[in-house]
Design a protein around this ligand. Structure first.
Ligand SMILES: [Zn+2]
Length: 57
């Protein structure tokens, strides 16, 4: 049961913020380590949706 405490502490250390596209909380990823402050969307899909809210079709 000791591993649960260690995992909980480790996960709580990761920063989080809401995606501007889907408003879901996104957890820090290693790929965002260099530009975490500039990350606003959880995925390219959300970024594209934010730029074009309505499909052209
Ligand atoms: Zn999103």
């Amino acid at each position: 049961m000791g591993s649960a405490l260690a995992f909980r502490g480790n996960k709580a250390a990761l920063p989080q913020k809401a995606c501007l596209g889907c408003l879901r909380p996104m957890t820090w990823r290693r790929a965002w380590a260099k530009n975490w402050d500039e990350v606003k969307y959880c995925s390219d899909r959300c970024r594209a949706a934010a730029r074009n809210p309505l499909p052209s079709r």
